[in-house]
Design a protein around this ligand. Structure first.
Ligand SMILES: Cc1ncc(COP(=O)(O)O)c(C=O)c1O
Length: 475
């Protein structure tokens, strides 16, 4: 595979051929967490800015002082939108997960005296928080959500806080159901108990300020709320920057301090890493800076206006389809819908058959399985088609047997036995088992999701791990 060098044009042609099999991630709703502004000039400004900073290493703000300027200016723009007070401080990160991990690390390292630090979050908080707990040795205390509003149970959060709690997390909005937690109440409890309160606004934090400016009713969630200590906001979502761009902001520089890593006691150069990465792309910082400045406040208002109109049309349309229901009241542009009286996975299967490969979310502690739709600025013209497909899929599913089929159910016992075996669930063993159960032979994922939905989470995780390991198999 690794031969002598080939002409650039040939290499690029090969790359384009490989990429041709990918989803486009543009235009219509479908692939979650892809954001297309629909504007050629936004793409051009990102590419040109990245090109200019191709060889810049963000590790060295002293050698490349413009990187520090760009970061500081972008943090300033985000701080202004979020009403950060004077003295607030933030950092550039590679994405939402890194922003969340850093807020957790800063909270833990801000309380070095604790032997068993805890973090409190609701079941609706992004999985990045469970990851933060795992990575940083925090004890996760997970509270339930209101089954109708889908927001975090505030009283349960209050009960969960102990002297060992270093951080409480609330979402604005939650990824799964697009609802904003009761931030003023949660932050007030945290302030009273002397615990840091983080608002995870990774996905909605760039959209909500413009929604408010457009006159939409937006629940209080940003630094105007007393007791909110830190907020994470991704630019690579509704900021429409390239992937790899997020900001974590703290009410004071003192709160940010324990996020930094400094090492001057090894044989190499003194290392100062404000974030998890050390060497990092200057291109992404430059591209994000350029995209924010190019689109501007007026441009984002326009993009957000279109996004919210598309979401409204979708939510109203779903309300008119018998057998479908939106969970909670979406605060912005994220919609989770489920079926009533119709098998959800048969519906998902029909929707896939109609060409809509949307993101399923499995059932969880009494919350039914849902389809997640992240609406963006280019989705409006596709809403009538999507509504038509949803209507057809629910009708067709109503006439079908439930998924998984009885034959496919045999997979579950065999899987449990495999998990207990010495080798565990490996990619090869899983592939063989799935083939025997007649799964994925036609490339359709809905039956697999139906089976996963019935599994305890440890088995779900074993299957997912093996499947994704199989995508990058041993050499
Ligand atoms: C609320 C929330 N937090 C964190 C994340 C993680 O972001 P990323 O995928 O950029 O790491 C997401 C992603 O959708 C999110 O919605």
């Amino acid at each position: 595979m690794f031969a002598d060098g080939r002409p650039a044009a040939e290499v690029l042609t090969e790359l384009a051929r490989l990429h041709a099999g990918d989803e486009s991630g543009r235009g219509r709703p479908g692939v979650a967490n892809t954001f297309d502004s629909g504007s050629a000039s936004v793409e051009e400004v990102a590419v040109r800015a990245f090109e200019l900073y191709l060889h810049v290493n963000g590790l060295y703000p002293t050698a490349f002082p413009s990187v520090a300027t760009l970061e500081h200016q972008v943090v300033g723009i985000v701080g202004e939108l979020l009403h950060a007070p004077k003295g607030a401080a933030g950092s550039w990160t590679s994405g939402g997960t890194e922003s969340c991990l850093l807020a957790a690390k800063a909270a833990r390292d801000g309380r070095p005296e604790l032997a068993h630090p805890q973090i409190v979050f609701a079941r609706s908080a992004h999985a990045a928080w469970a990851k933060a707990a795992k990575y940083f040795g925090l004890d996760p205390v997970i509270v339930d959500i209101d089954p109708v509003a889908m927001t975090a149970d505030v009283a349960a959060i209050e009960r969960a806080i102990t002297d060992d709690t270093v951080l409480v997390v609330a979402s604005a909005p939650s990824y799964g159901h697009g609802v904003v937690d009761a931030i003023p109440e949660i932050a007030a409890i945290c302030a009273r108990r002397g615990v840091r309160c983080h608002v995870d606004a990774c996905i909605g934090g760039w959209l909500l300020p413009f929604a408010e400016q457009l006159g939409h009713a937006v629940p209080a969630w940003d630094f105007r709320v007393p007791g909110v200590d830190s907020i994470s906001v991704d630019l690579h979502k509704y900021g429409y920057t390239p992937k790899g761009c997020s900001i974590v902001l703290y009410r004071t520089a003192a709160l940010r301090r324990s996020q930094y890593f400094v090492a001057a006691d090894w044989t190499g150069y003194p290392v100062v890493n404000p974030t998890m990465q050390s060497s990092k792309s200057g291109g992404l910082i430059a591209a994000a800076w350029a995209v924010l400045r190019h689109i501007g406040a007026d441009g984002y208002r326009e993009l957000v206006g279109r996004t919210l109109a598309a979401t409204r049309e979708l939510v109203d349309g779903i309300a008119a389809v018998p057998g479908l229901r939106v969970l909670g009241v979406p605060a912005g542009s994220l919609v989770a819908l489920t079926t009533d009286g119709v098998d959800f996975f048969a519906f998902l299967d029909e929707l896939e058959r109609l060409g809509w490969a949307v993101q399923p979310q499995l059932s969880q502690a009494g919350v039914p399985p849902t389809i997640h739709l992240t609406m963006t600025a280019t989705h409006g013209p596709h809403v009538p088609d999507l509504l038509g497909a949803l209507r057809d899929a629910v009708r067709a599913a109503g006439a079908r047997d439930a998924l998984p089929t009885p034959e496919q159910l045999g997979f579950v016992d065999e899987l449990a036995a495999l998990a207990r075996s010495e080798g565990g669930v490996t990619a090869d063993a899983l592939a063989e088992l799935m083939a025997r159960a007649g799964l994925l032979t036609d490339g359709r994922l809905a039956p697999v999701h139906a089976l996963l939905d019935g599994l305890p989470s440890t088995l779900r995780e074993a299957v997912l791990l093996a499947f994704f390991e199989g995508l990058n198999p041993p050499l």
